[in-house]
Ligand binder design. Sequence first.
Ligand code: AMP
Length: 211
Amino acid sequence: MSDTSKPERFRTLLILGAPGSGKGTQGKVLGSIPRFHHLACGDVFRSLDTRTTLGQKFVQYSSRGELVPDDVTVELWRENIQHRVDSHMFKPEIDFLVLDGIPRNVEQAKLMEKDIEVLKVFHLSCPDRTELARRLRKRALKDNRFDDANEAVIQQRFATYEAETKPILDYYAGDRVVPIDASQAPAKVLYDILAGVMTLEAWKELEKMKI
Ligand code: AMP
């Protein structure tokens, strides 16, 4: 970020982890800090009118704990992010894009190669699935998340994560991937994420800029 010209690809930080690992919580907090713009793919889907074809598709797949097909997902994401750029909510020349919930598999990661430059992948890791399931059940009651209320759907969401999302870690292999213990207190998880961000050249350049 040596100047304020538009980068060819969005400078991106990915938050990756199993359902219940705290991606949304961390994404929201980061997104409330100037120069970080947060986008959660699940929120984009949930904001769809369920009377539309795409809205119905979302309900159909998410209620089974499965992923919505890649082409429609990436297309929806592109439209959404373009709208944010056009309305100056997200300023790619000075903001980091914080993505949670997308890309969700290697195919999506490939489709998005031309849109995003992935600087770091924060892997919120919590092998204790019982703890994650507890968090999901709590969230289901608080946030009215139908896909988190049913035990079979929760287990399917974990299985989908293992089979489809986790391989993304190999796709982005190398020192871009930062493992973070997601069982820690949320403030400590945030601390670890920020420590990773601050090692980035792009961060150091941004720090020098007077915006
Ligand atoms: P989340 O709020 O991220 O847990 O997403 C809730 C549901 O939305 C998922 O179980 C999927 O059905 C759907 N979804 C969210 N993001 C994606 C994505 N990138 N690709 C496919 N489906 C997605």
